[in-house]
Design a protein around this ligand. Sequence first.
Ligand SMILES: Cc1ncc(C[n+]2csc(CCOP(=O)(O)OP(=O)(O)O)c2C)c(N)n1
Ligand SMILES: [Mg+2]
Length: 407
Amino acid sequence: MAASKSASTKKSASASKTTSTSKVAKASTGGDGAPKKKDLAKAPSSNARADRAISDTKGRAAASWGDSVAKARGKRPSDKLPKQELLAIYRTMVVARRFEELVIDLFREGELPGFVHVAIGQEGIAAGTGHSLGDGDFIGSTHRAHAHIIARGASPEAMFAEMLGRDTGLCHGKGGSMHLADMSNNVVGANGVVGSGAPMMTGVAMAQKELKTGNIAVAFYGDGASSQGNVHEAMNLAKLWDLPVLFILEDNKYAESTPAWQTTPVDDLAVRGAAFQMKTLAIDGNDVLEVYDAVQEAAEHARSGQGPVYIVAETKRLSGHYVGDAEVYRPKGEAKAARATDPIPAFRAVLLERKVQENEIKAVEAEVEATLEAAVEAARAADRPAPEDALKHVYAEYPYNGPVIGI
Ligand SMILES: Cc1ncc(C[n+]2csc(CCOP(=O)(O)OP(=O)(O)O)c2C)c(N)n1
Ligand SMILES: [Mg+2]
């Protein structure tokens, strides 16, 4: 188990260090694509892999990041972030967390219909990415989309309204959680079809390249989605055509109730970048500044025409797969251990280290609380869509006058 863990750490390190992952291919295979016999012999037992799934991800991620562009902390792009931007990143994380806590309350009270997935514990990836991208860049999300969309600047009030089925919602109350989209913030959409953000955002990236906009596209997806054929097809084409797209894999080690070790033959999904000779960064998704830095590096790579980047961000889902999930499949103690990696208190501690004052942090927390409470009230008070508008905004209308990506 220990041997296999350090082997995979080494592989990720070389993935981060090089712009092409050909070295990873050599490390994980005999060089001719076939797995080395020795490696197979060392393959961990299922139980050992389950143990790894609940172990701390920090060691792996830190090791791989340590060998990447920013060897010294002093050279990390995030070291230059001014206090106001650090507080803005923190605010985004707190907004995402409180938004979802309030959504859980509304759902449990029977006020919010539909099926809801929250990303509590995964806010570091959303906020680090959202703050690292440029205004013109696009994101495509998943069924667990709220934090991604908030981090791109969408209005929490319009998101609550959407989920409560109000006309003031982002999609006039007709989409709900899994169909949230906000073209005014270049959010192409949440998506209930697992993995489908990857081909969609590859298409968006293709438009950016063709139209020479200088913008990039980001596809978020999970570890479960990462084994979907459409994700592999998208990555293959994206690299073949060197499209400006980032594939950001939120590796929380679960697909619904199934742990990754039961469905995936590799422990470290970063090794899959080698299959496409794609620049790969293996990072700690619970460290928001590490995410910020990785996305800075990846965006520069993609924007400058060097092609797509694959970012594997390990994280923990601190709640159930969906709101109401009894989580009977979780090994004992896992949920408690996972809370130790909560990215929000971790970043709060970093803020204090970076000389942000406690009262400044508290002021942000209080402002977020008041803003979100008011947003729920405003959304509640809003009208529902008129019955005669039931089919409006559902189908494209011709001649088409809606938004066109990249123009
Ligand atoms: C194409 C497709 N297959 C299956 C499902 C059912 N489903 C919904 S969420 C999910 C798990 C996805 O796991 P992962 O990609 O790791 O994302 P996470 O839920 O962990 O964020 C599955 C299988 C679906 N929505 N779409
Ligand atoms: Mg998952």
